[in-house]
Design a protein around this ligand. Sequence first.
Ligand code: SAM
Length: 278
Amino acid sequence: MKKQDTKKIVRQGYAKVAMQGSSCCGPSSTCCGTPDTAKDISKKIGYTDEELRSMPDGANLGLGCGNPVAIASLKEGETVVDLGSGPGLDCFLAADKVGKKGKVIGVDMTPEMLEKARENANKGRFENVEFRLGEIENLPVDDNAADVVISNCVINLSPDKQKVFEETFRVLKPGGRIMVSDIVLTKPLPDKIRESVDAYIGCISGAITKEKYLDTIKAAGFIEVSIVDELSIPVEEWINDPISSSITETLNISAEEAKDIFGTVASVKVKGVKGTAS
Ligand SMILES: C[S@@+](CC[C@H](N)C(=O)[O-])C[C@H]1O[C@@H](n2cnc3c(N)ncnc32)[C@H](O)[C@@H]1O
Protein backbone atom coordinates (compact mmCIF):
# COMPACT_ATOMS: atom_id res chain seq x y z
CA MET A 1 0.00 0.00 0.00
CA LYS A 2 1.28 3.52 -0.80
CA LYS A 3 1.55 5.90 2.19
CA GLN A 4 -1.26 8.16 0.95
CA ASP A 5 -3.51 5.15 0.24
CA THR A 6 -2.88 3.86 3.75
CA LYS A 7 -3.92 7.19 5.26
CA LYS A 8 -7.01 7.37 3.08
CA ILE A 9 -8.10 3.92 4.19
CA VAL A 10 -7.40 4.67 7.86
CA ARG A 11 -9.28 7.97 7.60
CA GLN A 12 -12.29 6.26 6.01
CA GLY A 13 -12.24 3.55 8.69
CA TYR A 14 -12.23 6.04 11.55
CA ALA A 15 -14.79 8.32 9.89
CA LYS A 16 -17.10 5.31 10.01
CA VAL A 17 -16.25 4.70 13.68
CA ALA A 18 -16.96 8.37 14.50
CA MET A 19 -20.29 8.37 12.70
CA GLN A 20 -21.53 5.04 13.99
CA GLY A 21 -19.90 5.31 17.40
CA SER A 22 -18.86 1.71 16.89
CA SER A 23 -15.91 -0.23 15.70
CA CYS A 24 -14.76 -0.89 12.17
CA CYS A 25 -11.92 -2.83 13.45
CA GLY A 26 -9.75 -5.14 15.40
CA PRO A 27 -9.54 -6.78 18.74
CA SER A 28 -11.89 -5.14 21.18
CA SER A 29 -9.33 -5.63 23.92
CA THR A 30 -6.81 -3.33 22.28
CA CYS A 31 -7.60 -0.77 19.65
CA CYS A 32 -11.24 -0.08 18.90
CA GLY A 33 -14.38 -1.61 20.26
CA THR A 34 -18.12 -1.28 20.42
CA PRO A 35 -19.82 1.35 22.59
CA ASP A 36 -21.25 -1.41 24.79
CA THR A 37 -17.82 -2.70 25.62
CA ALA A 38 -15.94 0.60 25.56
CA LYS A 39 -16.08 1.04 29.33
CA ASP A 40 -14.94 -2.53 30.03
CA ILE A 41 -12.07 -2.27 27.57
CA SER A 42 -10.98 1.04 29.06
CA LYS A 43 -11.00 -0.35 32.58
CA LYS A 44 -8.90 -3.32 31.47
CA ILE A 45 -6.28 -1.07 29.89
CA GLY A 46 -5.82 1.24 32.85
CA TYR A 47 -8.59 3.84 33.19
CA THR A 48 -10.30 4.15 36.55
CA ASP A 49 -14.07 4.20 37.09
CA GLU A 50 -13.77 7.71 38.39
CA GLU A 51 -11.92 8.91 35.27
CA LEU A 52 -14.48 7.34 32.98
CA ARG A 53 -17.47 8.64 34.96
CA SER A 54 -16.21 12.21 34.72
CA MET A 55 -16.07 12.17 30.90
CA PRO A 56 -18.78 13.44 28.53
CA ASP A 57 -20.88 10.69 26.86
CA GLY A 58 -19.30 9.74 23.56
CA ALA A 59 -15.75 10.74 24.52
CA ASN A 60 -14.82 7.11 25.05
CA LEU A 61 -15.34 4.83 22.07
CA GLY A 62 -12.98 2.17 23.44
CA LEU A 63 -10.34 3.04 20.82
CA GLY A 64 -7.27 3.10 23.06
CA CYS A 65 -4.78 0.46 24.14
CA GLY A 66 -3.56 2.09 27.37
CA ASN A 67 -3.96 5.20 29.48
CA PRO A 68 -1.06 7.51 28.57
CA VAL A 69 -2.37 10.31 30.79
CA ALA A 70 -1.84 8.04 33.81
CA ILE A 71 1.89 7.90 33.18
CA ALA A 72 2.36 11.43 31.89
CA SER A 73 2.66 12.97 35.40
CA LEU A 74 1.05 16.16 34.16
CA LYS A 75 1.40 19.34 36.15
CA GLU A 76 -0.79 22.41 36.36
CA GLY A 77 -0.11 24.93 33.63
CA GLU A 78 1.50 22.47 31.20
CA THR A 79 0.76 22.32 27.47
CA VAL A 80 -0.09 18.86 26.15
CA VAL A 81 -0.44 17.64 22.56
CA ASP A 82 -2.42 14.43 21.89
CA LEU A 83 -1.55 12.68 18.60
CA GLY A 84 -4.66 11.12 17.02
CA SER A 85 -7.04 12.42 19.65
CA GLY A 86 -10.15 10.62 18.33
CA PRO A 87 -13.29 11.54 20.29
CA GLY A 88 -11.14 13.31 22.92
CA LEU A 89 -11.00 11.06 26.00
CA ASP A 90 -7.31 11.55 26.81
CA CYS A 91 -7.45 15.27 25.99
CA PHE A 92 -10.24 15.76 28.53
CA LEU A 93 -8.42 13.78 31.21
CA ALA A 94 -5.26 15.78 30.52
CA ALA A 95 -7.27 19.04 30.60
CA ASP A 96 -8.43 18.30 34.15
CA LYS A 97 -4.82 17.73 35.20
CA VAL A 98 -3.23 20.83 33.61
CA GLY A 99 -6.08 23.09 34.77
CA LYS A 100 -7.14 26.50 33.51
CA LYS A 101 -3.60 27.78 33.16
CA GLY A 102 -2.66 24.80 31.00
CA LYS A 103 -3.73 23.82 27.51
CA VAL A 104 -4.40 20.63 25.56
CA ILE A 105 -4.21 20.38 21.77
CA GLY A 106 -5.72 17.29 20.14
CA VAL A 107 -4.67 16.56 16.55
CA ASP A 108 -6.57 14.17 14.29
CA MET A 109 -6.72 13.77 10.51
CA THR A 110 -10.33 12.51 10.36
CA PRO A 111 -12.81 15.43 10.12
CA GLU A 112 -15.70 13.31 11.45
CA MET A 113 -13.67 12.38 14.53
CA LEU A 114 -12.72 16.02 15.08
CA GLU A 115 -16.36 17.03 14.93
CA LYS A 116 -17.19 14.42 17.60
CA ALA A 117 -14.33 15.63 19.78
CA ARG A 118 -15.46 19.27 19.52
CA GLU A 119 -19.04 18.29 20.36
CA ASN A 120 -17.74 16.41 23.41
CA ALA A 121 -15.64 19.41 24.49
CA ASN A 122 -18.76 21.58 24.37
CA LYS A 123 -20.78 19.01 26.30
CA GLY A 124 -18.11 18.83 29.00
CA ARG A 125 -17.44 22.62 28.88
CA PHE A 126 -13.72 22.13 28.42
CA GLU A 127 -12.30 25.57 27.72
CA ASN A 128 -8.64 24.61 27.78
CA VAL A 129 -8.86 22.00 24.99
CA GLU A 130 -8.53 22.73 21.29
CA PHE A 131 -8.86 20.20 18.47
CA ARG A 132 -6.88 20.74 15.26
CA LEU A 133 -7.31 18.93 11.95
CA GLY A 134 -3.96 17.58 10.80
CA GLU A 135 -1.64 14.66 10.31
CA ILE A 136 0.71 13.49 13.02
CA GLU A 137 3.48 13.30 10.41
CA ASN A 138 3.14 17.05 9.89
CA LEU A 139 1.83 18.47 13.16
CA PRO A 140 -0.11 21.75 13.07
CA VAL A 141 1.79 22.88 16.18
CA ASP A 142 4.66 25.39 16.60
CA ASP A 143 8.24 24.39 17.43
CA ASN A 144 9.04 24.02 21.17
CA ALA A 145 5.40 24.55 22.16
CA ALA A 146 4.55 21.51 24.28
CA ASP A 147 5.63 20.17 27.66
CA VAL A 148 4.20 16.72 26.97
CA VAL A 149 3.10 14.76 23.90
CA ILE A 150 0.73 11.87 24.52
CA SER A 151 -0.84 9.38 22.11
CA ASN A 152 -3.02 6.33 22.46
CA CYS A 153 -3.04 3.53 19.90
CA VAL A 154 -2.35 5.77 16.91
CA ILE A 155 1.32 5.74 15.90
CA ASN A 156 1.00 2.08 14.80
CA LEU A 157 -1.40 3.39 12.14
CA SER A 158 1.13 5.77 10.63
CA PRO A 159 2.98 4.67 7.50
CA ASP A 160 5.88 7.01 8.49
CA LYS A 161 6.60 6.49 12.19
CA GLN A 162 10.05 8.08 11.96
CA LYS A 163 8.44 11.35 10.80
CA VAL A 164 5.89 11.16 13.66
CA PHE A 165 8.63 10.96 16.28
CA GLU A 166 10.67 13.71 14.56
CA GLU A 167 7.60 15.95 14.58
CA THR A 168 6.97 15.10 18.23
CA PHE A 169 10.56 16.09 19.00
CA ARG A 170 10.16 19.37 17.10
CA VAL A 171 7.01 20.49 18.96
CA LEU A 172 8.32 19.61 22.42
CA LYS A 173 10.16 22.17 24.52
CA PRO A 174 13.67 21.16 25.62
CA GLY A 175 13.13 18.89 28.63
CA GLY A 176 9.66 17.95 27.31
CA ARG A 177 8.31 14.38 27.55
CA ILE A 178 6.73 11.90 25.17
CA MET A 179 4.36 9.39 26.84
CA VAL A 180 2.55 7.05 24.50
CA SER A 181 0.50 3.86 24.59
CA ASP A 182 0.69 1.78 21.45
CA ILE A 183 0.60 -1.65 19.86
CA VAL A 184 3.91 -3.35 19.07
CA LEU A 185 4.92 -6.83 17.95
CA THR A 186 7.30 -9.34 19.47
CA LYS A 187 8.08 -10.67 15.98
CA PRO A 188 7.14 -9.65 12.43
CA LEU A 189 3.70 -10.71 11.12
CA PRO A 190 3.16 -13.05 8.17
CA ASP A 191 2.66 -11.28 4.83
CA LYS A 192 -1.02 -12.13 4.52
CA ILE A 193 -1.80 -10.27 7.75
CA ARG A 194 0.57 -7.41 6.92
CA GLU A 195 -1.25 -6.86 3.65
CA SER A 196 -4.75 -6.96 5.16
CA VAL A 197 -6.50 -3.59 5.14
CA ASP A 198 -8.84 -4.62 7.98
CA ALA A 199 -5.94 -5.72 10.11
CA TYR A 200 -4.25 -2.37 9.39
CA ILE A 201 -7.25 -0.32 10.52
CA GLY A 202 -7.55 -2.70 13.48
CA CYS A 203 -4.11 -1.57 14.71
CA ILE A 204 -2.38 -4.89 14.00
CA SER A 205 -0.62 -4.88 10.68
CA GLY A 206 0.80 -1.35 10.85
CA ALA A 207 2.54 -2.23 14.12
CA ILE A 208 6.32 -2.73 14.20
CA THR A 209 8.49 -4.71 16.58
CA LYS A 210 9.13 -3.37 20.06
CA GLU A 211 12.85 -2.96 19.36
CA LYS A 212 12.22 -1.05 16.15
CA TYR A 213 9.66 1.17 17.92
CA LEU A 214 12.16 2.15 20.63
CA ASP A 215 14.98 2.62 18.10
CA THR A 216 12.78 4.91 16.00
CA ILE A 217 12.07 7.12 19.02
CA LYS A 218 15.79 7.26 19.86
CA ALA A 219 16.68 8.04 16.23
CA ALA A 220 14.41 11.10 16.42
CA GLY A 221 16.68 12.47 19.18
CA PHE A 222 14.91 11.37 22.38
CA ILE A 223 16.86 10.25 25.45
CA GLU A 224 15.81 8.13 28.44
CA VAL A 225 13.57 6.06 26.16
CA SER A 226 12.02 3.09 27.94
CA ILE A 227 8.99 0.89 28.28
CA VAL A 228 7.05 1.80 31.40
CA ASP A 229 4.49 -0.98 31.16
CA GLU A 230 3.61 -3.85 28.86
CA LEU A 231 0.39 -5.79 28.49
CA SER A 232 0.10 -8.96 26.47
CA ILE A 233 -3.37 -9.47 25.12
CA PRO A 234 -4.60 -12.99 25.94
CA VAL A 235 -4.81 -14.97 22.70
CA GLU A 236 -8.33 -16.20 23.62
CA GLU A 237 -9.58 -12.62 23.57
CA TRP A 238 -8.45 -12.25 19.97
CA ILE A 239 -9.78 -15.62 18.93
CA ASN A 240 -13.18 -14.94 20.51
CA ASP A 241 -13.42 -11.42 19.14
CA PRO A 242 -15.93 -11.27 16.25
CA ILE A 243 -13.88 -8.78 14.25
CA SER A 244 -10.56 -10.57 14.65
CA SER A 245 -12.19 -13.85 13.75
CA SER A 246 -13.72 -12.26 10.66
CA ILE A 247 -10.19 -11.20 9.61
CA THR A 248 -8.82 -14.70 10.17
CA GLU A 249 -11.76 -16.24 8.32
CA THR A 250 -11.40 -13.93 5.33
CA LEU A 251 -7.68 -14.65 5.16
CA ASN A 252 -8.21 -18.36 5.66
CA ILE A 253 -6.02 -18.51 8.76
CA SER A 254 -6.20 -21.65 10.89
CA ALA A 255 -6.82 -21.52 14.65
CA GLU A 256 -3.19 -22.57 15.26
CA GLU A 257 -1.83 -19.85 12.98
CA ALA A 258 -4.15 -17.29 14.60
CA LYS A 259 -2.79 -18.16 18.04
CA ASP A 260 0.74 -17.67 16.79
CA ILE A 261 -0.08 -14.37 15.08
CA PHE A 262 -2.06 -12.78 17.89
CA GLY A 263 0.45 -14.02 20.46
CA THR A 264 2.98 -11.61 18.95
CA VAL A 265 0.91 -8.48 19.65
CA ALA A 266 1.50 -6.42 22.80
CA SER A 267 0.33 -3.10 24.16
CA VAL A 268 3.11 -0.93 25.61
CA LYS A 269 3.45 2.38 27.41
CA VAL A 270 6.63 4.14 26.31
CA LYS A 271 8.33 7.27 27.58
CA GLY A 272 11.17 9.48 26.38
CA VAL A 273 12.61 12.94 26.99
CA LYS A 274 13.83 15.74 24.71
CA GLY A 275 17.17 16.67 26.27
CA THR A 276 17.59 20.20 27.55
CA ALA A 277 20.57 20.73 25.24
CA SER A 278 18.34 20.10 22.17
C1 SAM B 1 -7.43 3.90 17.33
S1 SAM B 1 -8.05 5.53 17.24
C2 SAM B 1 -7.48 6.20 18.80
C3 SAM B 1 -8.22 7.45 19.22
C4 SAM B 1 -7.85 8.03 20.58
N1 SAM B 1 -6.43 8.19 20.74
C5 SAM B 1 -8.42 7.17 21.70
O1 SAM B 1 -7.65 6.51 22.39
O2 SAM B 1 -9.64 7.20 21.85
C6 SAM B 1 -6.96 6.28 16.06
C7 SAM B 1 -7.22 7.77 15.78
O3 SAM B 1 -6.06 8.30 15.15
C8 SAM B 1 -6.40 9.04 14.01
N2 SAM B 1 -5.26 8.91 13.07
C9 SAM B 1 -4.78 7.77 12.52
N3 SAM B 1 -3.70 8.02 11.76
C10 SAM B 1 -3.49 9.37 11.84
C11 SAM B 1 -2.53 10.26 11.26
N4 SAM B 1 -1.56 9.79 10.45
N5 SAM B 1 -2.61 11.58 11.55
C12 SAM B 1 -3.59 12.05 12.38
N6 SAM B 1 -4.53 11.28 12.94
C13 SAM B 1 -4.48 9.94 12.69
C14 SAM B 1 -7.70 8.43 13.52
O4 SAM B 1 -8.45 9.35 12.78
C15 SAM B 1 -8.38 8.04 14.84
O5 SAM B 1 -9.17 9.07 15.34
